[in-house]
Every structure is written in C-alpha cells, then in structure tokens.
Design a protein around this ligand. Structure first.
Ligand code: NAD
Ligand code: ZN
Length: 365
C-alpha cells in the first residue's frame, strides 16, 4: 500500500470550496495547511485543551486560547458569549481566524462564533472525535442548543479548511470512538457498502491507542477519507437540506427518541446504532428491503462495541418522543428506511403499529 502522510478531499459549497485534510501529526501544521496567519482565536474544551491546545497554539505568534467547559450541556449561548468576551479582551478583530479544536460541540459552537463575531470572520475546524471528523465538521451547519431543544439557533458557516489529525483520536475514550463508528457505519449503509467490512472487522480504536502497523495506519486514513466522502457528496448535492440531506438522519428518529427517554444516558452514537437496527427491522417487515439486513448490521455494530438492543423503556414513550418532529411539521412522521444494501429512502405512510412493534421487539428483556 502507498505510504502517504495525509489525504485531501476537496469540498465545494455555494460560496466557494475548501479541503478536508486527513492524516497524522497535523496539529503543528494547522496554520500552514489552512494558510492561517498570526491572528487566531483557538476555541477548545476542558478535555481537549490540556492535551493539545499548547502544541497547537505555538504555531501562531498571536493566539488566544479559549477553553470552554466540555460537553453538550455547554453548547449554549452562554458559552458563545464567553468566547466573544475573551476574543474582545485579547484584541481580536475582523482579521482574526477562529480555529476550533475539539469534538462536534466545539465545532458547532466555534463555527457559530466565527459566523457572528464582527459579522463573520474566518473559520478553520480541527475535529478531534471520530464523530466530528466523519460527520460534524463537513457541511457547514453550526449552532447551539436552547432549553427548547437541540441545535435550534445557528447558521450555515463554511470553514476555510477542515484538518483531521487522526493521531488525536488516541486519547478518546472507547465509548466515544464507538459513537463515531455508528455514524461511519450509517454513512457506509447510505452509499458505500464497500467500506463496511474494513470498517468493522479491525479494532481501529485499539490501533490508534497502542500503535498501528504502517499498513493499518494508511488503511485507517483511507477508510476515514472514504467515509467522509459519503457526507461530502450528500452535502454538496444538497447544501441547505432541501431534500437528500435528510437521508443522513438514517437511524436518528429512533435514536433521538431513545436518547431522550433515557435522559441522555444513551449516548448519541449508541442511539444511532439502536436506530439503525430499528430501521433495518422495519424495512424488512414492511417489504421495502427484500433481504433481512438486521443480522448483518447487528454483527457490524457488535464488532465495534455498539449496542444493538434498546434499553428497557416504555415503547409508547419512545413512540411519542418520535412524534415531536411530526407535530412540528403538522404532518405524518417520515422515516428513513433501507432498501437492501442499496441505500436509504424517505418513507411516508409507515403504519404506527409497525413502528411500535419494532420498538417492543427490539427491547433488551
Ligand atoms: N454540524 C453538524 O453537521 C453535526 C453533525 C453531527 C453532530 N453534530 C454535533 O456534534 C456534537 C457531538 O459531537 P461529539 O460526539 O464529538 O461530542 P463532544 O464534542 O461532546 O465530544 C465528546 C467528548 O469527547 C471529548 N473529546 C473530544 N476530543 C477528544 C480527544 N481527542 N481526546 C479525548 N477526549 C476528547 C470531549 O471533551 C467530550 O467530552 C453534538 O452537539 C451534535 O449536535 C453536528
Ligand atoms: Zn448523528
């Protein structure tokens, strides 16, 4: 296999283009790769900052490091205000580049800061979780949560560059790595089934933590590249979520509801994993899928330490949590279902009974 240090993936969007750079040991090269000069606000969180912010900040003469509390609970307008205040105190101006160094929370929040600080400054994102590499960092959606719900305030803000340093994933806890795998498997199911065996038959997380063979190192980089390509292709065709982009929600209607009824004890990626099993189950039961994908999908998810059964919850509660979307749109809930291994489609008119039965059948009794 060819020995490459990094791969680049170009992304075009309505107002320009940027590259996603995927590789190892890129932390000290963010400025060079993204062409960012010495006026930077580096936004990170309390887990990632102590590990990596110093090394990253050293490459710029003038860099203020803003360390926000970690976790979804802090993806708020209060954190945005804290970032603005620290930027003003450090003398940031219209020439400042906001660099995000963290998972999806920091990516979304920093992108929103960059889109609004002095009516918009440059934005570079360095995703540090597998989930944010394969999902959050590409597509331009940024924002924060509100007491009324997740991601309710935000903006489309395209980055100047996405720099994914896979070496940083070595410090990610196993559960978070697995959550990224759930989204990666989802992308494979959507439009690149060829990646699925390689993705799920090697313990990539352990390789990252304990050291890869040279061959595996390149193979993982290629794999991440191929998975990000699925997301890139979808958002390029549908940048403002008018149609096809909804397919990226495969497994999410079930997943979000399960997260919610368990008070977020189930992580997002774990909910997505359960949701993928539910989607496969419904798809076969209703004949949309001619083959029963559920056993194969379950095996893949189990291989990467993801749950394949729902916790003990009242099926009616999950079902009513799922209906929240429907209420907002004032019409019947639409489901993303699977058509064999040929991809996903949007199904209207799925009988409520079928959904309830699936939730009941897939409970972990
Ligand atoms: N913008 C989009 O299109 C999009 C898409 C998918 C998800 N998201 C958003 O992404 C968020 C979830 O992202 P996430 O799963 O990355 O969550 P996260 O940012 O909360 O990161 C998960 C945890 O890992 C820690 N962490 C991050 N990188 C680390 C590293 N290298 N080493 C050790 N610890 C590390 C974080 O501090 C945090 O505790 C959600 O808010 C979701 O809405 C956005
Ligand atoms: Zn997701």
């Amino acid at each position: 296999m060819e020995n490459l240090d990094f791969l680049t993936l170009p992304v075009t969007h309505p107002t320009g283009e940027y590259d996603v750079t995927i590789g190892y040991d890129l932390l000290s090269q963010i400025g060079r790769i993204s062409g960012t000069d010495d006026n930077v606000a580096l936004i990170t969180d309390t887990n990632v900052g102590p590990l990596y912010a110093k090394q990253a900040a050293q490459q710029w003469e003038n860099c203020v490091v803003i360390t926000l509390p970690a976790g979804e609970a802090y993806k708020t307008l209060d954190s945005v205000r804290t970032a603005y205040e620290q930027m003003f105190a450090a003398g940031c101006d219209r020439q400042t580049t906001v660099v995000a160094l963290g998972g999806g929370v920091i990516n979304d929040l920093s992108g929103f800061v960059a889109s609004t600080f002095m009516r918009g400054v440059r934005f570079v994102t360095c995703p540090t979780t597998l989930l944010s590499i394969v999902d959050a960092s590409v597509g331009g959606k940024t924002g924060v949560d509100m007491p009324e719900g997740k991601n309710l305030v935000g903006a489309f803000k395209q980055p100047e560059a996405v720099i994914a340093d896979l070496s940083l994933l070595k410090s990610l806890i196993k559960e978070e790595f697995a959550c990224g795998m759930a989204e990666a498997i989802k992308h494979g199911l959507l439009s690149n089934k060829e990646v699925l065996p390689t993705l799920t038959q090697t313990n990539w997380g352990e390789g990252l933590r304990n050291g890869f063979s040279a061959e595996d190192k390149v193979a993982f980089m290629q794999l991440v590249h191929d998975v990000v390509t699925v997301k890139r292709d979808v958002v390029q065709r549908d940048p403002f979520e008018k149609g096809e982009r909804a397919l990226l929600n495969l497994g999410h209607t079930f997943g979000h509801a399960i997260e919610q009824v368990t008070n977020y004890e189930v992580r997002h990626g774990e909910g997505v994993a359960m949701g993928l099993v539910c989607a496969a189950n419904v798809s076969y039961k209703l004949g949309f899928s001619t083959i029963d994908l559920q056993p194969e999908i379950e095996q893949m998810l189990k291989n990467v330490n993801l749950p394949v059964r729902l916790p003990r919850v009242d099926p009616e509660n999950v079902f009513s949590a799922m209906q929240q979307d429907k209420k907002k749109k004032g019409k019947k809930l639409r489901y993303i279902l699977l058509e064999d291994f040929e991809g996903a489609f949007i199904a209207d008119d799925v009988p409520d009974d079928a959904i309830l039965e699936t939730i009941r059948d897939l409970q972990n009794w």
